[in-house]
Design a binder for this molecule. Structure first.
Ligand SMILES: [Zn+2]
Length: 286
């Protein structure tokens, strides 16, 4: 049976339009996810930390009893319900048990996760959060201050050690508390910070396993939660190698090439075609 020509034309036009809307392989996924203002569908982390998206995100309230979210214009205070609950509990515990005045919360995820227009390869599935190493002041910051205030780097110019004028035990305690929380898969810090933690930890070293050195992370540290239990579409990272990570793997970060890497060729941005197919649904949902 032959379909009337009109129907064929309409079908082809619709197909082309729908590919244009969601599957356009040329448009970087960060452009599409960066535009979405709110969450959609039921809560799930889809894909992996640096290649995925987030359904059913919850916003961390911008003010809490022991935290304030920063850079509100970025609209990145979103996460899985588990991450938001974690942040609230962690902020309260750090204040009550360690005397940390409160968290200044940096980037979490976008309302539907996915790649971001600026910064971060990860933070895509609602399980990553950056926390400033600057304590919260004893007053509510204005929205403008939350845009303008700079975090303070903990690392000196040579990048080989923390700056003793700014680094304190209280920061080590904060990172330790995060590493000890169940559900935390990894913490990322600058190698100079990891070195300070290794030196200061004493006999209590088990928590250092999860604290991993990486570039940057001298103004803030990065908490990564494991995938929520039972979510088949969420890919965990392999667990970190055992031990305190204070030996050869840390030393390898302090070569000139690692401390001051030559800028490489930028990687082409992720396209929708490279993300899990379900992320198309998340992006397109009303
Ligand atoms: Zn980070």
């Amino acid at each position: 049976m032959k379909a009337p020509a009109g129907i064929i034309v309409v079908t082809v036009v619709l197909a082309v339009l729908s590919i244009g809307a969601l599957g356009d392989t040329k448009v970087p996924a960060k452009v599409l996810f960066g535009k979405v203002k709110g969450p959609a569908l039921a809560a799930r982390s889809i894909g992996s930390y640096a290649k995925g998206c987030l359904a059913g995100a919850v916003a961390l309230p911008v003010d809490g009893p022991a935290w304030q979210a920063m850079r509100l214009s970025r609209n990145r205070n979103w996460g899985t319900p588990q991450l938001v609950a974690f942040m609230e509990k962690f902020a309260a515990d750090a204040k009550k048990k360690d005397g940390w005045p409160g968290l200044l919360v940096g980037d979490m995820s976008q309302p539907r996760g996915g790649p971001m227009l600026t910064g971060h390869a990860s933070h895509q599935i609602g399980l990553d959060a950056d926390i400033w190493l600057t304590p919260m002041p004893d007053r509510t910051l204005t929205a403008q201050e939350r845009e303008d205030i700079s975090a303070v780097t903990m690392v000196d110019k040579e990048k080989r050690r923390v700056d003793p004028k700014v680094w304190t035990d209280s920061r080590a305690l904060l990172i330790r508390r995060a590493a000890l929380e169940p559900g935390v898969a990894r913490i990322f810090v600058n190698p100079a910070i990891k070195k300070a933690l290794c030196r200061e930890a004493g006999a209590d070293r088990g928590w250092l396993t999860k604290v991993r050195p990486t570039w940057g992370h001298n103004y803030h540290f990065h908490i990564r939660l494991a995938c929520p239990a039972g979510e088949a579409g969420c890919s965990d990272q392999d667990p970190p190698p055992g031990g305190d990570g204070c030996g050869a793997d840390l030393a390898a970060w302090f070569t000139p090439e690692m401390l001051f890497p030559k800028p490489g060729k930028p990687r082409p941005p992720l396209t929708m075609a490279q993300l899990p197919t379900e992320c198309h649904r998340v992006l397109e949902a009303p």
